[in-house]
Ligand binder design. Structure first.
Ligand code: CA
Length: 222
């Protein structure tokens, strides 16, 4: 799933991005508050990580701006500030969680996964659809209790479908969560990747095609 990282410390932003990729997420970097304000209002992100001290527009104003524009994706604040008043301002603007620097890099992905599954209505870290399981803590999939080996793109698609199990998701919804914004999403490629995932799911018919609408991950009805 696409995550926008807004952090003007470029080295730190890149380390966070690397750790999110390891965690099965698709990070995009932005180093300026004003640019982030535009991106969050025009692109679709599953979540965002926001530093409070930013050039262009500070993090609290940025989050308030997104919320005013109707952006309801979860936001994790990252900051060196640990003052209570900063936390209060961040939550007041609409942030969902707070991490004070220095932090363990892995903790960013863990907290994001927790925010993502809660925003998808899941309270526990293990998502299940029939014999298919997705552990959001480790980003690993299993099928019939055996590890399911997926490429990074297949993993992002299946994770997105697991978070929205039972719902119809369109090809463009999938493409937006799987490709970077500077690459032109090709809807045929989504079909090709879904085809590969289906083959890996073998006889389990879990991904249903909804004609003209997209796909739905669900247990087969008997
Ligand atoms: Ca900063």
């Amino acid at each position: 799933m696409r995550v926008l990282i807004v952090e003007d410390d470029i080295a730190l932003a890149e380390r966070i991005a690397e750790s999110l990729i390891q965690g099965g997420l698709l990070p995009e970097l932005c180093h300026d508050g004003r640019e982030a304000g535009f991106l969050g209002a025009t692109e679709r992100y599953a979540a965002a990580v926001v530093d409070l001290g930013l050039p262009g527009m500070d993090g609290v104003s940025l989050i308030r701006h997104w919320r005013e524009q109707g952006g309801d994706f979860p936001v994790l604040i990252l900051t060196a500030r640990s003052r209570w008043s900063d936390k209060l301002a961040g939550f007041g603007a609409g942030a969902d969680d707070y991490l004070t620097k220095p932090f363990q890099l892995e903790e960013v992905a863990l907290r994001l996964h927790a925010l993502l599954r809660r925003s998808g209505g899941h309270a526990v870290p293990m998502l299940e659809v029939g014999p298919l399981r997705y552990d959001t803590m480790t980003s690993r999939f299993s099928l019939d209790d055996l590890p399911l080996h997926l490429t990074a793109q297949e993993q992002r698609i299946l994770a997105f479908l697991m978070h929205r199990a039972g719902q119809v998701v369109s090809r463009s919804d999938i493409a937006e969560q799987v490709y970077q914004r500077d690459l032109e999403p090709d809807s045929n490629t989504v079909d090709v990747l879904i085809g590969r995932i289906r083959r890996k799911l073998g006889n389990h018919r879990l991904i249903h095609t909804e004609r003209g609408l997209g796909f739905r991950l669900a247990k087969p009805v008997d």
